[in-house]
Design a protein around this ligand. Structure first.
Ligand SMILES: Nc1ncnc2c1ncn2[C@@H]1O[C@H](COP(=O)(O)OP(=O)(O)OP(=O)(O)O)[C@@H](O)[C@H]1O
Ligand SMILES: [Mg+2]
Length: 329
């Protein structure tokens, strides 16, 4: 039995269209413990967002999702109906996306959004009767995310607020929700540097206040290093390496992780620079290692079969795994 709060086993996602099926996620296994931030990094199109959305059951209809298991605190989610998943999302899963506007009802004021979450949370709790009225708590939550004049902000509509402010208020809503799982997907990508730093500080605060499992998806290696405890590197729909953040940055083991870090270090703090070559075709990928066509260490054996992800040989902590024939146990 795993001690993970979130367990993902054998997750596959295909998108079916008249032109054929593309395989966006190819057998992802991940564990996230309570209180832990698991980062997911990898270049554009590697399947990071699709993995997060599959766990939340937020993919569009034409997505075909298969998984052996997706468990939250030991509870199997794959058998849940869409209605049950909607209820679970509203109560146990917090989401922070790149564009916070989508999290708001444009016709409703900030007060309505916070009140709804506070009341929903109270209804799910036994000690609800003892709770303070929602307005005072909403103001305290806004204060905690650094919003001055909370009374004024409560009366505003989403379109009257900047992206940074909306992201702050969204973080306040996640605090109010007290979920078991938080998925943050590029939460700072659209923001300028100063606001980005503030939002990252708030995320750190969020993580101290909640005992949730956190999944943090990002392009930015600096952000990943600062925020995440462990990191999963995705390439072409597969996890190719998992390691504690410090170990991953100090000594990457998968050739893709090495290339990714080398590309980033060339221009620290910016979005990823391209690694020569392209992601393999999602329709008809090569039979062997998916990174082999771009790998500086490629050998003929790499083309024979897809390498499995295995514990890293000689890793004293037993915390690292890698999908490469050069490094297996
Ligand atoms: N709704 C969709 N319909 C069809 N294909 C999709 C859909 N969403 C994603 N894909 C495809 O799935 C693959 C993985 O996409 P995903 O959005 O997960 O990448 P990502 O790693 O999050 O990239 P980025 O860093 O650009 O956000 C891509 O090939 C993408 O084109
Ligand atoms: Mg994405």
């Amino acid at each position: 039995m795993s001690d993970a709060a979130l367990e993902i086993r054998g997750l596959h996602v295909r998108f079916v269209s008249p032109g054929g099926a593309i395989e966006a996620v190819r057998g992802v296994d991940l564990d996230v413990r309570r209180g832990e931030v698991l980062g997911i990094i990898g270049e554009s199109g590697s399947g990071k967002t699709v993995t997060g959305l599959a766990v939340l059951r937020l993919l569009p209809e034409h997505a075909r999702v298969e998984a052996q298991a997706i468990r939250l605190l030991g509870e199997e989610l794959t058998h849940r109906s869409d209605d049950e998943m909607r209820a679970l999302r509203g109560l146990r899963m917090g989401m922070i996306f790149q564009n916070p506007v989508g999290a708001y009802n444009p016709a409703k004021r900030v007060a309505w959004h916070l009140r709804r979450i506070i009341e929903r949370r109270d209804a799910a709790r036994r000690d609800a009767a003892a709770a303070e009225p929602w307005r005072g708590r909403a103001k305290a939550l806004l204060g905690a995310v650094g919003i001055p004049q909370p009374d004024r902000v409560l009366a505003l509509y989403p379109h009257q607020l900047s992206g940074g402010m909306l992201q702050r208020i969204l973080i306040a809503m996640v605090v109010a929700l007290e979920p078991d799982l938080v998925v943050a997907d590029e939460p700072t990508t659209n923001l300028d540097n100063i606001v980005e730093r503030q939002i990252l500080q708030l995320f750190q605060q969020l993580r101290r206040r909640l005992s949730a499992a956190f999944v943090f998806i990002t392009h930015d290696m600096g952000v990943a290093h600062a925020v995440c405890d462990r990191i999963a590197v995705m390439y072409a729909g597969q996890v190719v390496e998992v390691a504690p953040a410090g170990a991953l940055f100090a000594a990457p083991r998968h050739p893709y992780t090495e290339a990714l870090l080398a590309a980033t270090r060339a221009r620290a703090g910016e979005r990823l620079r391209e690694i020569p070559g392209e992601l393999p075709s999602a329709v008809a990928p090569p039979p062997g290692c998916l990174f082999e066509p771009r790998c500086v260490h490629a050998a003929p054996g790499c083309r024979a079969a897809r390498p499995p992800i295995v514990a890293l040989a000689g890793d004293p902590g037993g915390e690292r795994s890698v999908r490469c024939v050069r490094h297996g146990a």
